[in-house]
Design a protein around this ligand. Structure first.
Ligand code: THU
Length: 159
């Protein structure tokens, strides 16, 4: 039996946003104000930067039938796929906020959002930066790092 390891490199930015991503982070925070989160009270905003500079924002949209709701990240990613299918993603910033102020701890995307991010990387053959915003510190990590052993179908059309 051979031991192998998966390591995740990430950067911590204290009391600041990662360089070059300040306005993207502010857009994610602002997007959280549009969350429809009447059931959880947990507002999340996401801002996606495309390769042509377009910024797409999303927020979580909940539903009385709970599983029918959608996370902020996938709201933004699916919008990008629907409206800008040819554009690759450069970065995605995520913020969980109270009244437009980031919570203390940076929010990490759920498993379903990680799976959609993995498909986005595969689709455009381009990894992207993920910025997880917290009130005191933000984390910068490659999207690909968050889902090792990703499920993919071989020989998928358009893949
Ligand atoms: N949520 C997101 O929008 N993104 C995350 O990264 C974590 C969770 C939403 C889903 C649900 O509306 C609420 O937060 C509580 O789970």
């Amino acid at each position: 039996m051979e031991k192998r390891e998966v390591n995740i490199d990430y950067f911590v930015c204290r009391n600041s946003f990662p360089e070059g991503y300040e306005s993207l982070c502010r857009a994610a925070i602002e997007a959280s104000r549009k969350a429809y989160c009447v059931y959880s009270g947990f507002a999340v905003g996401a801002a996606l930067l495309l390769d042509d500079g377009t910024v797409i924002t999303g927020s979580n949209q909940e539903n009385a039938a709970y599983p029918s709701g959608m996370c902020a990240e996938r709201t933004a990613l699916f919008h990008a796929g629907a409206q800008h299918p040819g554009r690759s993603v450069k970065a995605l910033a995520i913020a969980a906020c109270r009244d437009g102020i980031p919570r203390e701890e940076p929010v990490a995307p759920c498993g379903a959002c990680r799976q959609v991010m993995a498909e986005t990387i595969k689709r455009h053959r381009r990894d992207f930066d993920l910025i997880l915003i917290g009130n005191r510190e933000s984390l910068l990590v490659k999207a690909s790092a968050l889902l090792p052993f990703t499920f993919t179908l071989p020989d998928t059309k358009n893949a």
